[in-house]
Design a protein around this ligand. Structure first.
Ligand SMILES: Nc1nc2c(c(=O)[nH]1)N[C@H]1C(S)=C(S)[C@@H](COP(=O)(O)O)O[C@H]1N2
Ligand SMILES: [Mo]
Length: 324
């Protein structure tokens, strides 16, 4: 992705990307990554203490329901190091390694979310309140960035629908939008106006209520690392990664379609819907194929990122070339 005012040299190109992966493969990171990401037992357990504590020191999440078959991508899980050191999180810089480097200044605790707009029970809720009523679940999802790289991550979270229902959205609520924290001390990337902060994203209500949409609070058995959007982020696996907004502090229900950050920056490049679609190219590159983190060769991109059976009906009335 590219924003006005960012030099092309700041965007990681394919060559740099390759080198980094090769280094990871050779380095000590590979061993750690394999212990977490490659071990089926660790995935099963979701939260077992032996699933790679060496790397992060992050708190394990316990009593997590293992991913059900339909929520478990067949694909090999990406290495922990790849998923946590190659990130997009412009609040901490526009380079792929900036978030892992800079996100230590984020304080994910205490945390609360303001819920407002078309809701019968708006208010401010503490993160603990949001998590209390439901048992956390693991979801092993493919994740496809609009930049044509992808990964497979064992997220831990809860259905977005379960959370949204508690605020009793009114009959006028046709969309729901989300905002990330704004705090220049905690998020040094916000000192530059690469985005009109806060980062904003949104979904149509039926997309938000779909059982595949989750709020994630963990990955690889542990709480989310800051660079992956601690303490709570959205995951919508059939859409390009930029929809999956991180470090959420506000949820807003509205009747009209909300403004969203990337769509505002370049509507011809980043649609509001942003459903993964190999047939609709980005103006500057093809979307037909993607490079899985850790892989050498590209693989075909699947319609709706492989989730077409579950979600295609949401768009039966939509021209997907026009509403991309
Ligand atoms: N607040 C915020 N959320 C964000 C972004 C961001 O820059 N800021 N980047 C998005 C993009 S483009 C992608 S691909 C994913 C990356 O998530 P990951 O770093 O966990 O892989 O986060 C999305 N959510
Ligand atoms: Mo992305």
């Amino acid at each position: 992705m590219k924003t006005p005012g960012i030099a092309a040299s700041e965007i990681t190109d394919e060559g740099v990307f390759m080198n980094r992966r090769n280094l990871l493969r050779l380095g000590v990171g590979a061993a750690i990554g394999a212990a977490i990401g490659g071990c089926p037992a660790a995935e099963e357990a979701g939260a077992k203490d032996d699933s790679g504590s060496a790397d992060s020191g992050l708190r394990p999440l316990t009593d997590v329901e293992p991913a059900r078959a339909r929520h478990r991508a067949d694909d090999e899980i990406s290495r922990y190091r790849d998923a946590t050191e190659y990130n997009n999180f412009y609040e901490f810089g526009t380079g792929k390694r900036d978030p892992a480097h800079n996100a230590h200044s984020l304080k994910p605790e205490p945390w609360s979310i303001v819920v407002d707009g078309e809701a019968g029970k708006p208010g401010r809720v503490a993160l603990e309140e949001i998590l209390k009523p439901t048992r956390l679940e693991e979801r092993i999802y493919r994740f496809r960035c609009v930049e044509a790289w992808s990964m497979v991550v064992p997220w831990i979270g809860l259905p977005l629908a379960d959370v949204l229902k508690r605020f009793e959205p009114t009959s006028k609520a046709r969309y729901v939008s989300f905002e990330t924290l704004v705090d220049r001390e905690q998020m040094p990337g916000q000192r530059r106006r690469v985005i009109d902060w806060p980062y904003r994203e949104g979904l149509r209500m039926d997309e938000a209520m779909h059982p595949l949409s989750i709020l994630a609070v963990g990955m690889y058995g542990r709480v989310l690392p800051n660079q992956n959007g601690a303490p709570i982020r959205l995951i919508v696996p059939w859409k390009y990664g930029f929809k999956s907004i991180k470090s959420i502090v506000r949820i807003h229900f509205s009747e009209s379609q909300p403004n969203t950050s990337w769509n505002d920056l370049a509507a011809d490049e980043y649609g509001f819907y942003a459903n993964v679609n190999p047939e609709v190219d980005h103006p500057r590159w093809s979307q037909a194929r993607e490079r899985r983190l850790g892989d050498f060769r590209k693989r075909p991109t699947l319609p709706f990122n492989g989730y077409a059976d579950e979600v295609a009906t949401l768009y039966s009335k939509l021209n997907l070339r026009r509403f991309f």
